[in-house]
Design a protein around this ligand. Sequence first.
Ligand SMILES: Nc1nc2c(ncn2[C@@H]2O[C@H](COP(=O)(O)OP(=O)(O)OP(=O)(O)O)[C@@H](O)[C@H]2O)c(=O)[nH]1
Length: 273
Amino acid sequence: MDTNVQKRRENKKSLRIKVISLGNAEVGKSCIIKRYCEKRFVPKYLATIGIDYGVTKVQVRDREIKVNIFDMAGHPFFYEVRNEFYKDSQGVILVYDVGLRESFDALDSWLTEMKQEMGSQANMESIIFVVCANKVDLTKRRVVDESEGRLWAESRGFQYFETSAQSGEGISEMFQAFFSSITDMCENGGKRPNPEVSIGFTKEQADTIRRIRNSKDSWDMLGVKPGATREEVNKAYRKLAVLLHPDKCVAPGSEDAFKAVVNARTSLLKNIK
Ligand SMILES: Nc1nc2c(ncn2[C@@H]2O[C@H](COP(=O)(O)OP(=O)(O)OP(=O)(O)O)[C@@H](O)[C@H]2O)c(=O)[nH]1
């Protein structure tokens, strides 16, 4: 066979990618990578110093993918070291610990740090993000539930996985989907699929569910001022009911949000003449 043709075929088949892990210290980033690459769990905490680097090969369909994995230290102390490594990544594994709310709340600031460090190169549409809600084996200490994590991830067009580096739950599923999405993106000229099309719910629905979860009382939940009239309460209720009705809304947490709105309306109307 013509050597140029053979080379072109080989090039199509093999792919080299860079992925990084992000998230607060101790959420389990290194353990997730070890569980996948070495099939083992390390119970003792050994903080990553700056960056750990590893290479692995995976097969996605007919392509061999050479994966360069940069495991970033989560501790703020290592900011100066890790900021060099954001550039040229095709994939990001965002990790939080389901037993530590602050590690979940920190996900936005990890995205901000990444954008800042990538500067003018920051094209977040050309990067595949997956979110790992990790340590799901520790069920008793869980404080961030699945629908909350899923909503955060999916409303940004990121895939969400429940994982445990300790038991192995969700780890190979997450990596398989991650590498397959990166391959799809590379084959699609470096653009990830339009999230609005694939997730099936709107930003307004996601923002409303988040607002309802965080509301301080029934007035706040319906978005009316304390002392509002029956008409105002009913009008606000109808608007939310249309937006979140389980027949119309598939966003994670929509059923609970809908029930909460029904209950808020009932309790307010009891006390309004
Ligand atoms: N029970 C349980 N423990 C876990 C899990 N994943 C990690 N751990 C433990 O959590 C601690 C921290 O894990 P690491 O993987 O080192 O955390 P990291 O996010 O890489 O931390 P930094 O390197 O400081 O950024 C270790 O003691 C692990 O054994 C898990 O899924 N379940």
